[in-house]
Design a protein around this ligand. Structure first.
Ligand code: GLN
Ligand code: ZN
Length: 756
């Protein structure tokens, strides 16, 4: 059996690409220097994969920002507002990714969305009626040749035609149907170019196939590939799916002229069943995704080999592969120096997954039951130390139904809160973090490295908090925040203080563009030993008469942004975390904090891709976990939540059911359709749809913010509308932040005048 991976991380083992790209953004290095850094990363990784014995090594899995954006540029799907800037190719690309404000013009970025059920984000390409979809780019070919130049014949990876058409945003009158001909032509040309370059395989990524598909979807898929595959020469085509099973189109997929089919055996609940019941064609290769591309636990060889045995018995030509791209796991365990060996030996990051592939290949070719590697794996996974805490398990078992219900109910406590806070209409606030300037990060690093003591560390942060509050008061915001200078990350910060988590030093995973996250690992049962945020919030509140928001992260986000356990259910872990955060909420309240925001940045993220699973498998415990966090507070305590996205039309009832008092969410990059559905659904919670995009450095004008607010007011009654940015300001600079917030407050003031 041969081995493959679907894609590899690309930001560099030590985030070299991130740092180079950010330097380029700051104009500190040239485009050529940036490109050379990228080239170095690619070369290293290809050689490493080769050395590991991997048979199918991907290329074009590299990206400066995002693969879907790459595909858009490859096929000329570049909206005029970007091409008209007249920038270089790479700067036009970055303008689409991040927006542009400068001499050449002022444009916003494309809409950013979550990539299926991951914490990776893609840029939504946009096509209008005049846009001609045609193959114009050369990136996949260049990178293929680049690898060939160092002696590696790679398997180029491109987003497939179906997924591309499904994820495109159509801003004119045309729809996907209208592009079928053009797409077939473009992808056929791509294949014939690769054929000319003597590529053996090309991989088309079609994750969209794992959604619930309609008959029309399946027809569209068939039409596209009947067309694309009809002119295929020698080059072989791998249809790669991931993040689930393809039950709605399996029969079409196996009857089309693909040479290989990639199926996900990890998240695809029905994958094995599909293969067993419907068979697998003998003239095709099955790329069996059995190494989890999303989690960091060692593979269970026994389970895996049982699947491989089944496939072997059926005579399936199998290639051992990953369940999805390794983009979603960190690079290498060898860079971790602080995880004790007794825990580290349970982990496999990207490099270790390559080793696992090599071992599985070896095992699949012998009588593995007596092989040392196999036995060692079985023994290891049979026993995990230090993960059970009886007290925590008991507390979860004792949760009563009433613990999920906050009383008095919403409208009664809303009246009490209006009285309590006396806020103006259109109250202004921010989402929590303020710019994480170099000195802020340096302070944390110095403390971490032992270069300053705790007192000095706290002193510095207190100074920052004081400055931040003075600034907010000066600007005239209504509900203040302390700025989150003590936080590296909204999940890691809590994880570090809770029992049951493990931390890595270098295990970064790309979230979007140059932004990476370092998810903690949930190793065991979770509990809180002492207050985590109370001292900072109490200090901050002591400096102002305005309400100071306590700032916490919700259990589902903590869970979703960690590497979860696989030995207990997600629900169990979520409730454990919820109880710990609940204690923190009550401590904040007891210490005079009257507004508490519980950030729910990632609920949407792990929503099962298939609608039929939404409630049973997820929402039925995820929403209760949030309610458990705040159900114990007094009526006059105002609970906020913040969501980093706005695609919740379809789960709007569940969001309202979280029973928060105020919800702020991302809205500036997307259209305001969400507001219509808030109205339709009699959404009770007060809302603060973000009035400007914090992912971009541009400063919104008062006029722009007011116009956004006017649009919102067409759908939301004035008493319910809050005014705030899209998200936290930690990634922004001080100058643009101040300027933006001044405009935001001014816009709210003008609106109050108009409405008085
Ligand atoms: N309170 C957090 C912040 O402002 C929220 C971050 C987020 O939603 N991702 O940074
Ligand atoms: Zn956010």
């Amino acid at each position: 059996m041969r081995t493959a991976v679907i894609g590899y991380p690309r930001v560099g083992t030590f985030r070299e690409l991130k740092f180079a790209t950010e330097k380029y953004f700051r104009k500190e290095i040239s485009a050529d220097t940036l490109k050379n850094t990228a080239k170095g990363i690619r070369k290293n990784q290809w050689l490493h994969q080769k050395k590991s014995g991997l048979d199918f090594i991907p290329s074009n899995d590299f990206s400066f920002y995002d693969n879907l954006l790459d595909a858009a540029v490859l096929f000329n799907i570049v909206p005029k507002r970007y091409s008209l800037l007249g920038l270089s190719t790479i700067d036009t690309y970055f303008a689409m990714a991040r927006g542009y404000q400068g001499e050449a013009g002022d444009v916003k970025a494309l809409e950013m969305k979550k990539w299926f059920n991951t914490n990776y984000h893609y840029m939504t390409p946009e096509i209008d009626d005049e846009n001609e979809l045609t193959l114009v780019g050369t990136k996949p070919f260049d990178e293929y040749e680049e690898a060939k130049g160092i002696g590696i014949n790679t398997k180029p990876v491109v987003i497939g035609a179906f997924t591309l058409l499904k994820l495109l945003r159509y801003v004119g009158n045309k729809t996907a149907e209208d592009y079928i001909g053009a797409v077939i032509k473009a992808y056929s040309e791509l294949l014939s170019k690769f054929n000319g370059l003597e590529a053996e395989w090309v991989q088309f990524d079609e994750p969209y196939l794992v959604y619930d598909l309609t008959k029309e979807d399946v027809k569209l898929f068939e039409k596209l590939y009947n067309g694309i595959l009809s002119a295929k020469d020698d080059v072989k085509v791998l249809l790669q799916t991931y993040f689930g099973d393809i039950r709605d189109c399996y029969s079409s997929v196996i009857s089309l002229n693909f040479d290989g089919i990639g199926l996900d055996f990890v998240e695809g609940k029905e994958t094995l069943d599909l293969v067993e019941k419907q068979g697998f064609p003998s003239d095709k290769a099955l790329f069996a995704g059995i190494i989890n591309g999303k989690n960091i636990w060692k593979n269970n060889y026994k389970k895996t080999l049982t699947i491989l045995d089944t496939l072997k018995e059926k005579g399936v030509n199998t290639i051992i592969s990953t369940s999805c791209s390794l983009l979603h796991v960190p690079y290498a365990l060898k860079n971790e120096t602080k995880i004790p060996e007794k825990y580290a030996k349970y982990f496999a990051f990207a490099e270790e997954k390559l080793e696992e592939l090599a071992e599985l290949k070896m095992l699949s070719e012998c009588d593995y039951s007596k092989a040392e590697v196999f036995l060692a794996n079985t023994v290891l996974l049979g026993n995990r130390p230090d993960c059970n805490d009886k007290a925590v398990q008991d507390r979860v078992r004792k949760i009563r139904n009433s613990d999920f219900i906050r009383l008095p109910e919403f409208s009664a406590r809303r009246k009490i809160q209006k009285e309590e806070f006396q806020l103006p209409v259109f109250p202004t606030t921010t989402i929590g973090s303020f710019p994480q300037t170099t000195d802020v990060k340096a302070n944390r690093a110095a403390f971490r490295n032992g270069n300053i003591d705790e007192e000095q560390y706290i002193e510095f942060n207190r100074k920052k908090i004081a400055e931040c509050i003075a600034m907010q008061e000066e600007i005239g915001l209504d509900v203040l925040v302390h700025g989150e200078f003590e936080r590296n990350d909204m999940v890691e910060y809590f994880g570090e203080q809770l029992n049951g988590f493990l931390f890595t030093e270098k295990a970064w995973v790309q979230s979007y563009g140059t932004r990476c996250v370092k998810p903690p690992v949930i190793w065991g049962d979770i509990s809180r030993s002492k207050p985590m945020t109370v001292a900072w919030s109490v200090y901050a509140q002591s400096l102002t008469d305005k309400p100071m928001k306590g700032m916490l992260t919700d259990p589902v986000t903590i869970l979703n942004w960690s590497f979860p356990r696989e030995d207990i259910s997600l629900k169990e872990s979520a409730y454990q975390i919820a109880l710990a955060i609940r204690d923190e909420v009550l401590d904040l309240e007891a210490n005079g904090i009257r507004v508490i925001q519980v950030d729910e940045a990632a609920l949407r993220e792990k929503l099962p891709l298939r609608k039929s699973d939404w409630h049973n498998e997820y929402l039925n415990w995820a929403i209760p976990a949030f309610r458990l966090v705040h159900s114990g507070v007094k009526a006059k305590t105002q609970i906020h939540t913040h969501m980093c996205y706005s695609e919740f039309t379809d789960i709007i009832k569940a969001i309202d059911d979280m029973d928060a008092d105020v919800i702020t969410f991302e809205a500036s990059r997307s259209n305001l359709l969400i507001l219509d559905s808030l109205k339709e659904n009699n959404f009770k919670t007060e809302v603060g749809p973000g009035v400007y995009d914090i992912h971009s450095p541009r400063v919104p004008s008062v006029k722009e913010i007011k116009s956004a607010l006017h649009k919102m007011l067409e759908r939301i009654t004035p008493e319910k509308l809050w005014v705030n940015p899209d998200c936290g300001l930690k990634t922004r600079g001080v100058v643009e932040t101040t300027a933006s917030l001044i405009n935001l407050v001014e816009a709210a003031k003008e609106l109050r005048n108009e409405n008085s």
